[in-house]
Write a protein that binds this ligand. Structure first.
Ligand code: MSP
Length: 526
């Protein structure tokens, strides 16, 4: 049996517009988690991509007087793919739903559903929200107010709905109510966190209606294989990306080897699609369902959910241009609880940048290198006998690494960073207490000075390894400054499960002062 693949996905993003930091959030968290698992020696596959069909994208293209294909091609090339560089994302694949592999795979899946009698033809009459590409039940429709006066809106997310009557194909979702409830019960971590799980269970408990899964009044979509008058409903097609990207319908061997997904990371707005419709589709097709759907909360800006339509959508590069991608990644992982809503602000980013990154971590790295330069000519000395103070450093590091690892396993990057920061604080405290600059004045204490600085350098080695998934650029600069590459190899190949074993950085290594990891920024919010 080949090793199981740790297969993680982000939602595929609508390309009606350019990305904002809400999109960047999911992608960065997935990148942190997958980089960590890679450094545990696991076989990882990280997928992201773009959701390009449907009415929302079509209307946006029409409003801009270009064909939908030209619209999505431009946005994907100019905005969505470059975002991955901006945020330093190490994804293994990027799927566009307009690609042939997705079209072929989706058709194969539909043919299978049809042959298994999971699909039937009917007529739909009801409300649809183009904004969220969602059918909205009559009970969930309200009269709009304010700007929406005179329109009907969805109670689910406030988006405007339109009444439509169409011939559609339906998926027998109602057949799956009990199977899904049994499945949630047998797999308590399938949908996380608990708040999302409870919401999904209560939604399914209220009963499921069959789902309209095709549209017949426009053609920007993938044709239904046996009926060219219909295109697939965009959500049902989009969910299939997780399967088509790894070869469903085009490369069965590869699909078998990688499926099922380990974690689908999603925003809580789309948890239902992933935790109800998607597993039901897979069950209907006789395929295994994913191990977990993890629903995170909203980024709030000024107390409001950030979105493009509210004009509070901040572009990721606005933050990266000032603070850099490492600080961006660090901030969203550290300052928010993954799974809950959280407020972000420029002031908070700036404050954490200066106190935690520049003063806490960056300064530690440069001081240690500077002292090894000054007292040992930049050559790492050998540590002498350990005192209780060194033992404490060793113990704190071992505990913190174990705790951080467990936190990543539990999809809680904020807890992983809190644990890692105990190492930063411990090393800073250790240096303050041991005061190597004082010890250096005593010529007879050369051995003690060597022990202190070698211990600090070894602590920095651990920090470089465990911070690499979160801040790859700074961690690599630190790795270089420790002279670790030539003796220990590439940083990305350093195993987190072995990192706490003490004494890996050998004496004699050339230590150089790193370029400032987090230079001070005199920046205002304007
Ligand atoms: N195309 C669908 C997803 C299909 S997946 C098979 C979609 N796309 S989207 O462009 O609207 O992106 C939705 C995702 O972006 C959310 O689920 C979430 O991951 C992220 N976010 C968008 N706005 C967000 C916030 N304000 N806060 C946090 N995440 C947000 O839905």
């Amino acid at each position: 049996m080949p090793a199981e693949t740790f297969y993680v996905t982000t939602p595929i993003y609508y390309v009606n517009d350019a990305p904002h930091i809400g999109h960047g959030y999911t992608t960065v968290m997935g990148d942190i988690i997958t980089r960590w698992h890679r450094q545990r020696g696991e076989n990882v596959w990280y997928l992201t991509g773009t959701d390009e069909h449907g009415q929302k994208v079509l209307r946006k293209a029409q409003a801009n007087n270009v064909s939908p294909q030209a619209w999505v091609d431009r946005l994907v090339e100019e905005e969505w793919k470059p975002l991955l560089d901006t945020l330093d994302i190490a994804n293994d694949d990027f799927i566009r739903t307009t690609e042939q592999r997705h079209i072929d795979g989706s058709k194969a899946f539909w043919t299978d559903l049809h042959e298994r009698d999971a699909v039937y033809q009917g007529s739909f009459s009801g409300y649809y929200s183009v904004g969220s590409e969602e059918f909205v039940g009559d009970d969930d429709v309200a009269e709009g107010e304010g700007d929406d006066e005179g329109f009907k809106v969805s109670k689910l997310d406030g988006s405007r709905v339109e009444h439509m009557t169409e011939d559609n194909y339906f998926f027998r979702l109602s057949d799956f109510q009990q199977r899904l409830l049994d499945f949630y019960e047998a797999n308590p971590t399938f949908i996380q966190p608990e708040s999302a799980r409870n919401e999904v269970i209560s939604f399914v408990s209220r009963g499921l209606r069959d789902l309209s899964i095709s549209r017949s009044t426009f053609d920007w979509g993938i044709g239904v294989p046996w009926d060219d008058q219909h295109v697939m409903y965009v959500w049902v097609e989009a969910l299939l990306n997780y399967a088509t990207a790894i070869g469903y319908g085009t490369d069965p061997e590869r699909f078998e080897a990688v499926w099922p997904a380990s974690i689908h990371l999603v925003g809580k707005d789309i948890a239902r699609f992933h935790a109800v419709i998607w597993p039901a589709m897979l069950m209907a097709a006789g395929q295994p369902v994913p191990h977990q759907v993890f629903a995170h909360g909203w980024l709030l800006v000024g107390g409001q959910k950030m979105s493009k339509s509210k004009a509070n959508g901040i572009r990721p590069d606005e933050i990266v241009d000032t603070f850099g991608s490492d600080a961006y990644r660090y901030y969203f992982a550290r300052a928010l609880t993954f799974g809950s809503d959280g407020s972000i602000s420029w002031e908070d980013i700036s404050a954490r940048y200066h106190s935690e990154l520049a003063n806490g971590f960056g300064n530690l790295a440069s001081r240690v290198a500077a002292m090894i330069g000054k007292y040992f000519g930049g050559v790492l000395p050998a540590a002498g006998a350990r005192t209780a103070a060194e033992q404490k450093v060793v113990d704190v590091v071992a505990e913190a690494v174990a705790e951080a690892d467990a936190a990543i396993e539990a999809v809680a990057p904020q807890d992983a960073l809190a644990a890692i920061w105990r190492i930063v604080d411990e090393l800073n405290g250790y240096l303050t207490e041991q005061a190597p600059w004082q010890v250096a004045k005593d010529e007879a204490a050369g051995d003690r000075l060597a022990t202190i600085l070698a211990t600090a350098a070894e602590g920095l080695r651990v920090l470089a390894v465990v911070l690499n998934p979160i801040m790859p650029k700074a961690s690599n600069v630190l790795w270089g400054s420790l002279g670790a590459g030539p003796v220990l190899g590439e940083l990305a190949d350093q195993r987190i499960d072995r990192v706490a074993a003490w004494g890996q950085l050998p004496a004699g290594t050339t230590i150089t002062k790193p370029a400032s990891l987090f230079p001070r920024i005199e920046a205002s919010a304007e």
